[in-house]
Design a protein around this ligand. Structure first.
Ligand code: AHR
Length: 487
């Protein structure tokens, strides 16, 4: 039995933890989001209506764009105005990027999603002036040249730019820099990311690759006063080896457990990076932003290796739940995360094939977790602090409070046993406003274009007894129960 305390939540779970990442990579933007207004695929201003509708349903709070590695070779002027200038996407398949989805189309997508902007600027191959001009183009409201250019391109009002990343993976594809070298670059570039509008821009510095704690230390020591956020990238690779990552769908029980072991490293990474940040920023002014996370497998057979197209099974659903639970626990420092990536790439929410679109098991977890967005975090035992009382070693759980209700999300990470989950609320339960579960016939179950609902949410029977709620979690499942209670 897990007892849910009545105490004031220790911190808020920022809705931006549910952020998405959309890069010009494979079929994420082109086809996945952008089809152009002449397309036979239903669209509004060139953006797929099925994709927007699905993403609105899970209340996507913000989208990071245009990369990733792509960001550090993106020259934004090629993607505005009537004459777009194509470029080669050197990182991702060497294909020609037509630049027909640029700044204006990105803000149109955000408008349709009702989401915030997180743009990643080019430090690796760009100039300070180019970055300054882009910020002016987006946010300046007067007769200055960049604002005039925007108006010529059909947009009078500046846009709101909430977040701006100064370089991406500057230790790798973004310029192969050393930590102190990047700290100096960050200090210089960020100077010209100026605030013109009413919305101050949060400046995000490029953070560490997984467990590179030196990077975090050097950045915090040399540039903390200029940043609002420091990023972290960590991908879950079942084998831990980039050269043979393993299949997304054809895997055994050993690979299931290894994948979960790899994903659980996120806990240690957040603890240790946060501890370093605490030394320089004890008031936690600077956010730790996990702006790339998720599973990374070998690409689907027969697809372009540079397109990073992979399927998503119940294993990905459980990975998503474990990571979201981890972000919730660290929500006093982790105030944004962006799963990689939104459509058709890596651990995607949605997969498309021409006019068809399917929701992945990962999408359904984001749906199940909606009520945690901007809710108060309630600390309960989790599998990181020892086996949660009553859920055993295979159980993991996260709890939050919002709008007079308590949301409990519980996961069975095991493959052979069901778990009898039991929770005791501080008062008599008056209503159950949501009770749904996600599972599959098999731990490899996934959705296909021929069987789009193989893995889908179903109603979960719950048993209420005064202050107690009980339900059964079958093997490899994720569930959410939301209740209201009296005193
Ligand atoms: O998400 C795919 C790639 O992974 C990104 O472009 C890069 O930042 C990371 O290495």
């Amino acid at each position: 039995m897990i007892s849910i305390p009545n105490q004031t939540p220790s911190h808020r779970i920022d809705r931006r933890i549910y952020g998405q990442f959309a890069e010009h990579l494979g079929r994420c933007i082109t086809e996945g989001v952008w089809v152009g207004s002449d397309s036979a695929i239903p669209n509004r201003n060139g953006i797929r209506t099925d994709v927007v509708e699905a993403l609105r349903h899970i209340r996507v709070p913000l989208v990071r764009w245009p990369g990733g590695c792509f960001a550090d070779e993106y020259h934004w002027l090629k993607g505005v105005g009537p004459e777009r200038q194509p470029m080669v996407n050197t990182h991702w398949g060497g294909v020609v990027e037509p630049n027909d989805f640029g700044t204006h189309e990105y803000f149109e997508l955000l408008n349709q999603l009702d989401a915030e902007a997180y743009i990643n600027g080019n430090v690796g191959s760009g100039t300070v002036a180019e970055m300054q001009d882009w910020v002016e183009y987006m946010t300046l409201d007067d007769t200055a040249p960049m604002a005039e250019l925007r108006k010529q391109h059909g947009r009078d009002q500046p846009w709101k730019l909430e977040f701006f990343g100064v370089g991406n993976e500057s230790w790798g594809c973004g310029g192969n820099m050393l930590p102190l070298q990047y700290a100096y670059q960050f200090r210089q570039f960020q100077t010209y990311v100026r605030n013109y509008g009413d919305t101050p821009i949060s400046k995000i510095a490029c953070g560490a690759n997984a467990d590179d704690y030196t990077w975090t230390d050097v950045l915090m020591a040399n540039a903390a006063e200029h940043m609002n956020g420091l990023s972290l990238h960590y991908y879950t690779i079942p084998t831990g080896s980039w050269s043979a990552k393993g299949s997304a769908t054809d895997f055994d029980e050993y690979a299931w457990h290894e994948t979960l072991r790899q994903t659980r490293r996120m806990e240690e990474l957040l603890q240790r990076h946060s501890a370093i940040m605490d030394r320089y920023d004890p008031a936690k002014r600077i956010s730790l932003i996990v702006d790339e996370w998720g599973t990374w497998y070998d690409v689907e057979p027969g697809t372009n290796p540079g397109f990073l197209h992979q399927q998503s099974t119940m294993r990905d659903a459980v990975v998503a739940a474990l990571n979201l639970n981890t972000f919730h626990r660290h929500g006093d420092r982790v105030r944004m995360a962006n799963i990689a990536q939104m459509v058709n790439v890596l651990q995607a929410m949605l997969l498309t094939d021409g006019a068809r679109m399917i929701k992945t098991p990962t999408y359904h977890v984001f749906d199940l977790y909606q009520d945690h967005q901007d809710a108060g975090f309630v600390a309960v035992p989790s599998s990181y602090t020892g086996a949660p009382d009553g859920l055993g070693v295979d159980g993991d759980v996260t709890v939050s409070r919002k709008d007079g209700g308590v949301t409990i999300s519980a996961t069975n990470t095991g493959l052979d046993r069901e778990i009898e989950a039991a929770f005791e609320l501080p008062g008599r339960i008056s209503d159950v406003t949501r009770a749904q579960i996600l599972t599959g016939a098999d731990f490899r179950s996934h959705n296909t274009f021929d069987a789009p609902d193989e893995v889908a949410l179903t109603d979960l029977p719950v048993r209420i007894d005064g202050r107690r709620v009980r339900f059964t979690l079958p093997a490899h499942s994720v569930a959410t129960v939301r209740v209201t209670h009296g005193d």
